[in-house]
Design a protein around this ligand. Structure first.
Ligand SMILES: [Zn+2]
Length: 253
């Protein structure tokens, strides 16, 4: 069964902080499911005119509390403004957050469930995604318990303007970068992993593969090192997200 690693977070209290910060920043709060008595929700904000559509998600692993806090702080600081149309799913695994476990209450790693859709959380999320337009950029925000530094995955099959280097440069001002040539068993360079993959060959899909197959041609999974202090991890994630958002804006001009 799931190992408890992180201090549990009260997901209902965090959800209401997202709801009120989102309302102040002009976001629409939309409940698309329930898990363990806590809403599964999205925050969206559409601005008139042609804007890049940016999708951000976090909280799919319940032992990774910094990513939702980083997204909340970006909403509160006004960074998610009228320059883009926003699609946020910041608390995808409330049960896991409440228990401090990677998996949900029935032991499913939600970030491996996007091919077979066995969990109610992922079923509800995929149904919500099916009602959204395609995204110009998607970023899944994570943490890693084994890593000594920040790193990221890029899926960019069409070789669009890449946010990978700007994100690493920005994060490096807040925390070390994992410079290992091999991260999570994959070839890496300067903290960047560019997996060569055929989704159909993978038995279990993380959210990022589902997004690539159905919703976007440019996506990132970014990982802060869980061993560092919470404030450092939030700063690194914030810095990387702001850098990526900057690239998405420029890609539109
Ligand atoms: Zn994770």
């Amino acid at each position: 069964m799931s190992a408890v690693k992180a201090a549990p977070v009260d997901p209902a209290a965090l959800a209401s902080r997202f709801q009120s910060a989102g309302a102040k920043a002009g976001f629409r709060y939309e409940v698309f499911g329930m898990a363990g008595g806590c809403p599964l929700f999205a925050l969206t904000k559409r601005t008139a005119g042609i804007r890049p559509r940016i999708y951000l998600s976090s909280g799919i692993h319940g032992d990774e509390p910094a990513p939702p806090l980083a997204l909340l702080s970006l909403i509160e600081s006004g960074d998610l403004d009228g320059r883009a149309t926003w699609f946020l799913c910041p608390l995808l695994n409330p049960d896991g957050l409440a228990r401090g476990t990677r998996e949900n209450a029935t032991g499913i790693d939600l970030n491996r469930d996007y091919r077979h859709l066995e969990s109610p959380e992922v079923k509800a999320h995929v149904a919500w995604l099916g009602r959204q337009p395609n995204f110009d950029m998607a970023i899944c925000v994570h943490e890693d318990w084994e890593s000594t530094g920040f790193y990221l995955y890029e899926l960019n099959p069409d070789k669009r303007a890449s946010a990978a280097n700007p994100m690493i440069a920005a994060a490096s001002k807040a925390c070390p970068i994992d410079m290992s040539p091999l991260i999570e068993g994959r070839e890496a360079k300067g903290g960047i992993i560019r997996p060569h993959l055929n989704p159909l060959e993978r038995e279990k899909w993380p959210e990022s593969i589902y997004l690539q197959v159905h919703h976007t041609r440019l996506s990132y999974t970014i990982e802060s090192p869980s061993a560092l202090p919470m404030e450092t991890r939030i700063s690194a994630l914030r810095a990387a997200l702001r850098a990526a958002i900057g690239v998405a804006m420029r890609g539109r001009n």
